[in-house]
Design a protein around this ligand. Structure first.
Ligand code: URA
Length: 235
């Protein structure tokens, strides 16, 4: 099997495992698991917290109002949403949109680690406190608070891979709070945009040789998937 075929096959296995997963309580409430979506060779990965109502209905991440804001924020950083792999620390919706619990994050963590190992992003953007502190922990970094750490981009080793790690507020927190929205827009148009420029110009954290040579576009199972396709020159 070629490397590309292996990546596609391993990703399929991962999605199937998530669909069958009963590692925590949350499987009892889900309509659809939400593994994530985007190209399997994306350079940028966004990690959110957990699916909400719309995501649970559609099996896709960030499709509600917070997702629409995320799309605009990514554009501020010079990124097209369809060139980014988007996932969450927890793949099933917590009932009533409550915060994911520590034991649920813990149970789901192996899936996120495998996604990082498979997709090999150069930049990971963690949105929200739960995503931020989970990725800081995976990187062996000390989490303090979102107020202190948002907008920082640090070099880190996560799941055995050198990455740039950015942390910022969750877009949902900005929907009704203009000051948070301003901070988010500043983070995305400033330090995160700078990190994007760095990785696309072959700067820190982008070992070119470790990247797949072809685009592997994978959408959520709920929306169908496709692979192959022409390189749009963005990479
Ligand atoms: N909030 C998240 O953290 N993730 C989603 O997928 C949707 C809303």
């Amino acid at each position: 099997m070629t490397v590309v075929a292996e990546v596609i096959e391993e990703y399929r296995r991962l999605v199937e495992e998530i669909a069958r997963c009963t590692r925590c309580e949350l499987h009892r409430f889900r309509r659809n698991p939400v593994p994530g979506e985007g190209p399997l060779d994306a350079r940028v990965m966004v990690v959110g917290e957990a699916p909400g109502k719309k995501e649970d209905e559609q099996g896709r991440p960030f499709v509600g109002p917070a997702g629409q804001l995320l799309t605009r924020l990514l554009e501020l950083a010079g990124l097209r949403r369809d060139r980014v792999y988007i996932t969450n620390v927890v793949k099933c919706r917590p009932p009533g949109n409550r915060d994911p619990r520590d034991e649920e994050i813990e149970a789901c963590l192996p899936y996120l680690i495998r996604q990082i190992q498979l997709i090999k992003p150069s930049l990971i953007i963690a949105v929200g406190r739960h995503a931020g502190r989970t990725l800081y922990r995976l990187a062996g970094l000390r989490w303090t608070s979102m107020t202190r750490l948002h907008g920082r981009v640090v070099e880190a080793v996560i799941a055995g891979r050198r990455v740039l790690l950015a942390v910022t507020y969750h877009p949902a927190a900005a929907l009704y709070r203009p000051p948070i929205r301003e901070e988010l827009e500043r983070d995305f148009s400033g330090p995160i945009a700078e990190a994007v420029r760095k990785i696309y110009s072959g700067g820190a954290g982008v070992p070119e040789e470790s990247r797949q040579s072809s685009i592997l576009d994978f959408l959520s199972p709920g929306r169908g998937s496709r692979s192959g396709g022409a390189d749009d020159g963005e990479k």
